[in-house]
Design a protein around this ligand. Structure first.
Ligand code: FAD
Length: 459
């Protein structure tokens, strides 16, 4: 093993892997240090296993409506099969990541790294010191747990994918996307699921109609919601965990999971000692080119506290490599990022919410709420929601918010015209595709209501 490099990347997740591969393809001598598994959060314990488990949980809904189409289905579920098959798939992906790093000549070092200077990194296990022109910090984040008695009895998303068995019941603390996605997963797999959130509605920051629609969808799927309450302490109660809530009530659950946010992985990394400026939450402060306050040290992905999403980390890693190793200065545009929540019902959003847009000027809101066709033969009453927010009188599209089947796939495609600055007239020109839910987006006639001088008109 050499000890002198052009680039040492710390963390082989979404951002680090892309940066390492690209830098090596531009001719740099690159090492990537990983303390756990190549692929990082997304592949090993994030997006990929999460989506697989969401697919598993959605059979429940399918079986539910199957009878209305004449099918009778007798179903049972085996958790072990899902866990084992998931493991096979992420191991396959991990191998593919390793091969993709090795192809352009990236050296993979399995160890924990700490930064010891602007141009030096120490491998904790081996005790070796590496010298390098540049360091890229791509260490991602980790799930938070509250500082309460018994917190060690609870799981986080890190453990949820590999539980030895499904619990009979689960209490999930949190109101963000990881909390509601896991509520969907566990409820769909037949676990009595309760979501506890300290606010008054899940998915803070999302469009109000979608928040309420998702809330109704979770309730319809049997998820119990406890709002404006927190967990005071946890204690062992036989094979259960006894939870004492802030209102004094104590109740047992088969498992307790915290999904209350994530913190950047900078603890013990040595960055502050070498003069790298950190934000108050520990995230690395970087400029538009991902450069930290120490010129030879860059950071990309979740550790920078920008948008904690895989495609964003990948893009930041790619642009870092272009900027530093290909003489092609590129800054990531973080302004229009499509986002999905793979709950049931699913959410896909891009751009401003109605509340945000209403403060920016005069806007028109086009809103459609209807039963998805798949449910029309059954007694299910759940509504799909599609909302377009535009500048007034057919101007630029400012936001698009979708709740229901296929929302994520639709919003990815809406991101293309929105990135091109599309107007309502551009959407209107598109021929509808029938019968589809997405055709609503190109067949809106008059606005459902408007905002003029920040005041709602009609609706
Ligand atoms: P990571 O992928 O976290 O990689 C960091 C790597 O650094 C890790 O492998 C870690 O072991 C390693 N590391 C840390 N410290 C050291 C050290 N000192 N030495 C050596 N190695 C170290 N995003 C989406 O876009 N869509 C989704 O659907 C989605 N779902 C998610 C579901 C869950 C449950 C979670 C937790 C996250 C999800 N995300 C999703 C977010 C996504 O996983 C992250 O945004 C993405 O992985 C960030 O990539 P990264 O390169 O910044 O860090």
């Amino acid at each position: 093993m050499s000890t002198t490099y052009d680039l040492v990347v710390i963390g082989a997740g979404s951002g680090g892997v892309r940066a390492a591969r690209m830098a090596a393809s531009f001719g740099a001598k690159v090492a990537i240090v990983e303390e756990y598994r190549v692929g990082g959060t997304c592949v090993i314990r994030g997006c990929v296993p999460k989506k697989l488990y969401v697919y598993a949980s959605r059979f429940h809904d399918q079986f539910d409506v199957a009878a209305s189409f004449g099918w009778s289905v007798e179903a049972s579920f085996d958790w072990r099969t899902l866990v084992d098959n998931k493991e096979k798939e992420i191991t396959r992906l991990e191998s593919a990541y390793v091969a993709n790093l090795e192809k352009p000549g990236v050296e993979i070092i399995r160890d924990r790294a700490v930064v010891t200077g602007p141009n030096s990194v120490r491998l904790v296990g081996q005790g070796t010191e590496l010298t390098t022109r540049y360091i890229l910090v791509a260490t991602g984040g980790r799930p938070n747990k509250p500082d309460i008695a018994g917190a060690e009895l609870a799981i986080t998303s890190n453990e949820a994918f590999d539980l030895p068995a499904l619990p009979h019941s689960i209490l999930i603390a949190g109101g963000g996307y990881i909390a509601v996605e896991f509520a969907t997963i566990f409820a769909g797999l037949g676990v009595h699921t309760t979501l506890i959130y300290r606010g008054d509605c899940i998915m803070r920051g999302f469009d109000e109609d979608l928040r309420r629609g998702l809330e109704a969808g979770l309730i319809e799927r049997g998820v119990k919601l406890i709002y404006q309450t927190t967990i005071d302490s946890l204690a062992r109660d036989g094979s259960d965990v006894a939870v004492t809530f802030s209102d004094g009530v104590t109740a047992p659950y088969g498992a307790v999971m915290f999904a209350i946010g994530r913190s950047p992985n900078t603890e013990g990394l040595g960055l502050d000692q070498v003069g790298v400026k950190l934000h108050s939450d520990g995230a690395v402060a970087v400029d538009a080119w991902s450069q930290s306050s120490v010129p030879s040290i860059y950071a990309v992905g979740d550790v920078t506290g920008r948008a904690a999403l895989t495609p964003v980390a990948i893009r930041e890693g790619w642009y870092f490599a272009e900027t530093v190793f290909n003489n092609n200065k590129m800054a990531v545009d973080h302004s229009q990022i499509p986002t999905a929540v793979f709950a049931d019902p699913e959410l896909g959003v891009i751009g401003l919410t109605e509340a945000e847009a209403a403060t920016h000027g005069d806007i028109d809101v086009y809103l459609a709420k209807f039963r998805p066709m798949m449910n029309t033969l059954s007694t299910r009453t759940e509504r799909m929601i599609l909302k377009l927010i535009t500048e007034k009188d057919g101007g630029k599209i400012l936001g698009c918010h979708i709740l229901g089947p296929g929302a994520a796939e639709m919003i990815q495609l809406v991101a293309i015209p929105m990135g091109m600055g599309a107007t309502k007239a551009d959407f209107d020109r598109a021929m509808a595709l029938h019968p589809s839910a997405a055709e609503e987006l190109v067949t809106f006639k008059a606005p459902s209501y408007t905002y003029r001088n920040c005041e709602k008109v009609g609706g």
